[in-house]
Design a binder for this molecule. Structure first.
Ligand SMILES: [Cu+2]
Length: 251
C-alpha cells in the first residue's frame, strides 16, 4: 500500500492523537486528502449560496447557462467519491480480511461490562478453551478458562495490553455480554466485539508509549469508564513483562 509518511503533529489541528501504527499513516493520509479535497468544495458551495441570495437576478441568469457546468461538477464529484470509497474500503479491509502474517503474535481481547481483558496464549502459543459457564471473576477466572484443557494452563490474562514495538499483532476479539467497541485512537483501530463471534483485526505498533483503549459502543451504565491501556514497549521489555506474568500465573 503506497502511503506518504505523515508526522502525527500534522493532524493535531483535528485534535487527533499522533498516529502510532504502521497502517495509520495511510489512514491519516486519506483523511487529510479528503479534507483537502472537500474544503474548497464546501467553501465554493457556501459562496454560491450567499451570492445567489444577495444577487438573486444575476444568479438566475447564470443558472440558465450553467447546466453543462453542473453536470461536469456532478461527474467530478461522483468520480472523487467513488475513488474515496474504494480507497477507504481497501484500508478498512486490509486489517480485517487479508489476515495477519504468519509471524504475527496472538492476543485475545475480551470485552465485558465494563472492562477489557487481554489473554496471551503462553509458551505453547495456543489458547485454552474458555466456557461461559465457568466465568467467575471473584474466583480469579474472569474469562472462564477450562482447567481441564492443558493448553490454557499457561495462558496469561491481563488488564493491560502490552505489545512489543514493531511486531504485528493479530487480535481476536470476543465479548462476554453485549456489543462493545474496541477502540485505540492512536492505532487508528476500531472494531466491535460481538457476543458469539470471534473477530480478527491486526496492526503493527511503531512508537513506544502508553495509549488509551476505549469502548466506542454505548454498552451500559458504566460505558464511560470502560477504559484500558495499551503499552508499547521494546521487545526486551516485552519479554520481561511476559516472563514476570508467567511466573505470577504459575504461583
Ligand atoms: Cu463497552
Amino acid at each position: 500500500m503506497a502511503a506518504l509518511p505523515i508526522h502525527g503533529a500534522s493532524l493535531l489541528f483535528l485534535r487527533m492523537p499522533p498516529n502510532a501504527s504502521l497502517h495509520g499513516v495511510a489512514v491519516d493520509h486519506l483523511m487529510l486528502w479528503n479534507l483537502a479535497a472537500l474544503l474548497p468544495c464546501f467553501v465554493a458551495a457556501q459562496a454560491w449560496i450567499i451570492f445567489a441570495m444577495v444577487r438573486r437576478k444575476k444568479a438566475a441568469v447564470l443558472k440558465t447557462y450553467s447546466h453543462l457546468v453542473e453536470r461536469l461538477l456532478l461527474a467530478a464529484f461522483c468520480a472523487m467519491y467513488l475513488w474515496m470509497a474504494i480507497t477507504a474500503q481497501h484500508l478498512w479491509a486490509v486489517n480485517r480480511f487479508e489476515g495477519a502474517s504468519a509471524e504475527s503474535m496472538q492476543v485475545e481481547v475480551v470485552g465485558q461490562q465494563f472492562q477489557w481483558y487481554f489473554r496471551y496464549p503462553g509458551a505453547d502459543a495456543a489458547f485454552g478453551i474458555a466456557r461461559p459457564s465457568l466465568v467467575n471473576a471473584a474466583a480469579g477466572n474472569p474469562l472462564g478458562l477450562d482447567p481441564q484443557d492443558a493448553r490454557g494452563a499457561d495462558d496469561i490474562v491481563s488488564s493491560v495490553l502490552v505489545l512489543p514495538l514493531g511486531r504485528e499483532v493479530d487480535l481476536r476479539l470476543r465479548s462476554l455480554d453485549v456489543i462493545h467497541g474496541f477502540f485505540i485512537p492512536a492505532m487508528r483501530l476500531k472494531e466491535n466485539t460481538v457476543p458469539g463471534l470471534v473477530l480478527h483485526v491486526h496492526f503493527t505498533p511503531i512508537a513506544v508509549g502508553t495509549y488509551p483503549i476505549l469502548c466506542s459502543q454505548v454498552c451500559g451504565s458504566g460505558h464511560a469508564r470502560m477504559q484500558a491501556q495499551l503499552r508499547v514497549v521494546s521487545p526486551d521489555a516485552y519479554r520481561q513483562w511476559l516472563q514476570q506474568h508467567a511466573k505470577e500465573h504459575s504461583r
